[in-house]
Design a protein around this ligand. Structure first.
Ligand code: HEM
Length: 144
């Protein structure tokens, strides 16, 4: 169970990051070129990014409790070990905040009435979420 979930969470991260980057860039281009917000393209990109992030969140939450690293809470020393602190504290905590921001951005963008307002909400909230996620990825174990 742990191995499959870890592999899934690890690969799903590529899709999630890719679609988040696309959503942020699409919103920035929308603002800078004064584009009309469309349901067919812009809404779908934002929605896909939201769904992919939420799936990653659920996978991460389950992984957290099935990971053998979780037992380090009982053994102690989590905060004193930089890898354990990253995996068991910083990465989950910061990513939950990031995905909450993305979700808030999604719901705020729906209430906006102008195209610029919609793109702005996505650019800011998804953008901050993306930066937070990128700041706490365990790159060393991801690429090893
Ligand atoms: C968009 C959000 C997230 C991204 C992009 C992401 C990405 C990653 C990546 C790339 C790894 C390394 C996997 C590997 O070993 O190859 C990882 C590990 C991990 N993630 Fe996430 N993650 C996210 C959210 C979360 C959340 C919300 C939690 C928990 C609440 C979580 C829990 C974990 C745990 C526990 C590990 C370490 C598993 C282990 O090696 O035992 N992740 N994550």
């Amino acid at each position: 169970m742990y191995t499959y979930l870890n592999v899934l969470h690890s690969y799903w991260a590529y899709f999630t990051l890719f679609i988040l980057v696309v959503a942020v860039l699409n919103a920035v281009v929308g603002i800078s070129s004064n584009k009309q917000y469309t349901m067919a393209k812009d809404l779908r990109i934002g929605l896909f990014a939201l769904i992919f992030s939420h799936i990653q969140l659920v996978l991460g939450l389950i992984l957290y409790f099935v990971s053998p690293r979780f037992s380090a809470w009982e053994a102690g020393g989590v905060m004193g070990d930089s890898l354990l602190r990253l995996l068991l504290v910083e990465h989950p905590f910061v990513n939950i905040i990031a995905i909450a921001l993305i979700t808030i951005g999604w719901s705020k963008h729906k209430k906006e009435e102008t195209s610029k307002g919609k793109f702005m909400k996505i650019a800011v909230f998804y953008g901050i979420g993306l930066v937070l996620i990128l700041s706490r990825i365990p790159y060393d174990i991801w690429f090893s």
